[in-house]
Design a protein around this ligand. Structure first.
Ligand SMILES: Cc1cc2nc3c(=O)[nH]c(=O)nc-3n(C[C@H](O)[C@H](O)[C@H](O)COP(=O)(O)OP(=O)(O)OC[C@H]3O[C@@H](n4cnc5c(N)ncnc54)[C@H](O)[C@@H]3O)c2cc1C
Length: 545
């Protein structure tokens, strides 16, 4: 029996979902093709509304739609794509319940994996900055912000910590950065009223942007309007300011200035999915895949590249901007051309110029650049923004939910529930800058550290006089004494050369130490050595590092 041609779509964002929708239309008209879509999650995220999850203006589930309901004729694989073999025409996805490889052969492949916020090479950002791309990011950030406010409201002794907890920094003054900072600002300032221990004047919301004005994507007049309105609502806008590094306590700017904070969000820099880097396909600016105006990856007739992971030329030759509206139109052209290729028919050309640009600024205001060069700002722009996105949301059920959430938001105060989803975070990594304290003498011992790179010194204070007990180098463990002895830290560890450390929380360390006698013994030998004067010689029964 002749196999149906199989179209495999990688990525269930705007590009992938709309390509599958168009292909399903062709199937409904009698086209005999098999559509497979691989996506990490079983839902589609409507990213333009994601910032509203921070404030809870709309429900967490209102920005997502289950893919199976959107695409009833598509075979959905909720998996991670792990490998793409263009020569053998195969896609390999991550294992499911059983660890066996899962291989999907294809006749046509649609690459629609979007972009990733990639902090590689930026000191401390992978460990300490919040990205903002998917539902998990939005939820994490919301939970973290509520936790920071809860902590600040009861932190009455440590002024520095209180300042860090009440300062929120967003890096990137493009559309997503501006929308995030606007929502964050509205949310934090509104809910702060529910905390008797917080003075709103202590709250600091900062937007960092490398350019001369925020929103370089829109006309200057609108960008200045946005700038002015955000500043009036209390957002501190730092232009020509580049974020260079981060620690768990501060955002570090180029030039050395630091902003004390426990909350740093970065919407930049964005790159195509790392999987695509390894493919033998032509790449353009920012490592995105080069596509032609038929949406074929350069040099291929069976591989299609669209959405944020591709450089797709517009009519005038300039690359399409990475927006949902472009991804949707590219998806329609690609789907049409896949079917046309199967029948040897003429291909269609991508010919979309964009319908305008819009960005929400919170507090019922927005900016919009509409077709025909019409520029609108303020409440009217906000109303247009909401109406357009409501219509664009896939499915009537979602639209109804969002419309009612928006209506209720006009009457009710912002939702302040912190959804604690996970237990322990397991092994994590942290970055420290010179001068930063990893922990202080007298702190509770809550974790063990392994130095991966950089250096730190151990200092003990006796009757106000500090003495250096030793130096920590890559490969050294520290922090275990206070955990094994169930005591407080017996010394202060201070970073002296930019340091990355692996962190094992107390609960995991205790399980390992209790069940791996060799591990416990090796830590005890290190402790003995330190007590005996070798190495740092810190500790004692009551206070330990
Ligand atoms: C906060 C924010 C606000 C925005 N606001 C607007 C706006 O107002 N207007 C506008 O036009 N655009 C907006 N955008 C941009 C728009 O959302 C993107 O241009 C659009 O989502 C691109 O679609 P895509 O399909 O290429 O990528 P994405 O939508 O990012 O989809 C990529 C998909 O691939 C999946 N994936 C990635 N890696 C793997 C893997 N290894 N295995 C399986 N699946 C994988 C992801 O889970 C995701 O579902 C906004 C973006 C953000 C982040």
């Amino acid at each position: 029996m002749k196999q149906r041609p199989r179209v495999v779509i990688l990525g269930g964002g705007f590009a992938g979902i709309y390509a599958a929708m168009e292909l399903e239309k062709a199937v409904r008209k009698g086209e005999d093709i098999e559509i497979v879509l691989v996506n990490k999650e079983n839902y589609f995220v409507f990213q333009p509304m994601l910032p509203e999850v921070i404030s809870g203006t709309i429900g967490i589930l209102d920005v997502v739609s289950p893919i199976r309901r959107l695409l009833p004729r598509t075979d959905l694989h909720v998996r991670d794509v792990e490998e793409i073999d263009l020569e053998k025409k195969l896609v390999i996805t991550s294992p499911g319940f059983r660890p066996h490889p899962h291989v999907i052969p294809f006749d046509h492949l649609v690459l629609a994996l979007g972009s990733v916020t990639d902090f590689r090479g930026l000191r401390g950002l992978p460990e300490h900055a919040f990205p903002f791309k998917n539902l998990g990011d939005a939820l994490n950030l919301r939970n973290h912000v509520i936790r920071a406010l809860d902590e600040a409201s009861i932190e009455r002794h440590d002024e520095t910590l209180r300042k860090q907890l009440l300062t929120f920094v967003v890096a990137g003054g493009g559309f997503s950065g501006v929308e995030v900072v606007a929502e964050l600002n509205d949310f934090v300032r509104e809910v702060a009223r529910s905390y008797p221990g917080l003075d709103p004047r202590e709250i600091r919301i900062v937007l960092l942007h490398g350019g001369e004005r925020i929103l370089p994507e829109v006309a200057e007049r609108l960008a200045l309007f946005a700038q002015d309105i955000l500043m009036r609502r209390g957002v501190e806008i730092r232009l020509k300011t580049v974020l260079e590094a981060a620690t768990g306590d501060a955002a570090i700017l180029r030039g050395g200035e630091t902003i004390p904070t426990k909350t740093l969000v970065s919407t930049v820099p964005s790159f195509p999915h790392p999987l695509l880097e390894a493919l033998p396909l032509a790449k353009g600016k920012n490592r995105r895949l080069l596509a032609n105006r038929h949406l074929q990856a350069e040099g291929r007739t069976d591989v299609w590249a669209l959405g944020d992971c591709a450089v797709v030329p517009q009519t005038d030759g300039t690359p399409s901007p990475p927006t949902a509206q472009h991804a949707i139109r590219q998806a329609a052209v690609a789907a049409h051309n896949i079917v046309a290729t199967l029948h040897g028919r003429a291909l269609r050309t991508f010919d979309f110029k964009g319908l305008g640009k819009m960005g929400a600024l919170g507090h019922r205001s927005a900016i919009a650049e509409l077709p025909g060069g019409i520029k609108v700002s303020g409440f009217l722009a906000w109303w247009i923004w909401r109406s357009i996105y409501l219509v664009k949301l896939p499915g009537w059920g979602r639209r109804l939910r969002v419309a009612s959430a928006w209506s209720l938001d006009l009457l009710l105060p912002a939702e302040l529930v912190q959804l604690k989803l996970g237990g322990s975070r397991g092994v994590t990594q942290e970055h420290f800058e010179p001068g930063q304290e990893v922990f202080r003498q007298g702190d509770l011992g809550d974790r063990v550290y392994l130095v991966m790179s950089g250096q730190a010194e151990v200092w003990r204070s006796v009757d106000g006089v500090e003495e250096c007990l030793g130096q920590l180098e890559p490969g050294d463990w520290f922090g275990e004494m206070a955990l094994l002895n169930e005591t407080t830290r017996g010394a202060t560890v201070r970073c002296t050369k930019a340091m990355d450390a692996l962190i094992l929380p107390k609960s995991e360390f205790s399980v390992l130490a209790a069940n791996l006698p060799d591990l416990r013994r090796s830590f005890e030998r290190v402790m003995e050595g330190r007590r005996g004067g070798a190495g740092m010689g810190v500790g004692g029964k009551r206070d330990s590092v």
